[in-house]
Design a protein around this ligand. Structure first.
Ligand SMILES: C[S@@+](CC[C@H](N)C(=O)[O-])C[C@H]1O[C@@H](n2cnc3c(N)ncnc32)[C@H](O)[C@@H]1O
Length: 246
C-alpha cells in the first residue's frame, strides 16, 4: 500500500520543497546521462529523469511509481518522459534497460522479504546484458531515525507558495531493521494536522548482499556517502552499483 505522504495530492505537492536537489541527485544524473535507456523505480515527482531529459538525454526514460499524486507532479514537470503508474510487479520485464535506479531511499519502502525478492528479480529481468542497478539505502549503523524528532520542524511550500510545516516522530520501540514513524503536516491548507505513518527497512551491507546475490545481481561498487567514501560504521549511506551476475 502506498504511504499517504505520497498518495495525497496536497502532501505530494510539498515533496520537492521538503527534499531539495542534493548531492545524491548529482551522483545519479551523471549515470543516467551515460546510459541509453533508464528505468527509475519509485521516481516520485520525477526530478531525476526530468533533469536528464532537459540536459538532452536522447533515449528511453521511464519513471515508475505506485503513487498517482507523485506522478501528477512528474507529468507537470516534464511530459517528454514516460511516467508509469505501478511498481515492479506491474509488467513483465525483458532486458529493456541499461540502467535501473531507485533514488531518494525509495529502496527502503520494500519492507517484506518476499516483496524485496520479487522486486529484485524484476530489476534483474529489466536489465540488459551488462546493465546496472544503482540505489542507496541508509546505513542502519548511522541510526538516521534518532534525528527524526518533533523538535526538528521543516518548513515547505507548494508550487502556489502556500507554506506548511512538517516533523517526524519515531514509533518506539524500533523492532529489528524496520523503523515506523509518523509525519505531521500543519498549514492553512488543512483545518487540522495531517498525520501519516510510514515504515522503512534498514538493511545492513551484509543482508543487502544476500538479497542481491539471490536475485542474480553482483555488487560492483559500494559507497558510504555521495563523495564515494567507503562504507564505514558511521557512514550515512550504503550506495550500491550492482550488475547482472554472468
Ligand atoms: C522518498 S520517495 C523518493 C522519490 C524519488 N525517487 C526522489 O528521489 O525524489 C519514495 C517513492 O517511492 C515510491 N514507492 C513506494 N512504494 C514503492 C514500491 N513498492 N515500488 C516502487 N516505488 C515505491 C513512493 O510512492 C515514493 O514516490
Amino acid at each position: 500500500m502506498v504511504d499517504r505522504s505520497f498518495a495525497d495530492l496536497s502532501l505530494a505537492a510539498l515533496y520537492d520543497s521538503l527534499n531539495p536537489w542534493g548531492q545524491g541527485d548529482d551522483f545519479y544524473v551523471g549515470l543516467v546521462m551515460s546510459a541509453p535507456t533508464v528505468l527509475d523505480v519509485g521516481c516520485g515527482t520525477g526530478r531525476l529523469l526530468a533533469a536528464a531529459r532537459r540536459a538532452g538525454h536522447p533515449g528511453q526514460l521511464m519513471g515508475l511509481d505506485p503513487a498517482a499524486a507523485m506522478l501528477v507532479q512528474a507529468r507537470r514537470r516534464e511530459p517528454r518522459v514516460e511516467w508509469v503508474l505501478g511498481d515492479l510487479r506491474s509488467r513483465s520485464w525483458n532486458g529493456e534497460f541499461d540502467l535501473v535506479t531507485m533514488t531518494g531511499h525509495a529502496f527502503q519502502t520494500l519492507i517484506g522479504d518476499e516483496e524485496l525478492r520479487t522486486a529484485l528479480r524484476a530489476v534483474r529481468a529489466a536489465l540488459s546484458e551488462g546493465g546496472r542497478f544503482v540505489f542507496e539505502t541508509r546505513n542502519p549503523a548511522a541510526r538516521a531515525w534518532d534525528s527524526w524528532t518533533p523538535d526538528r520542524v521543516h518548513e515547505a511550500a507548494d508550487a502556489d507558495g502556500t507554506v506548511a510545516w512538517m516533523w517526524h516522530e519515531v514509533v518506539h520501540p524500533v523492532l529489528g531493521d524496520r523503523v515506523t514513524f509518523t509525519s505531521t503536516f500543519e498549514g492553512v491548507r488543512w483545518d487540522r494536522p495531517q498525520v501519516t505513518t510510514s515504515t522503512l527497512r534498514f538493511l545492513d551491507a551484509r543482508a543487502l548482499d544476500g538479497f542481491l546475490t539471490e536475485a542474480g545481481l553482483t555488487i560492483e561498487e559500494q559507497y558510504g556517502d555521495w563523495g564515494r567514501g567507503p562504507v564505514t560504521q558511521g557512514a550515512p549511506e550504503i550506495i550500491t552499483v550492482a550488475r547482472s551476475a554472468t
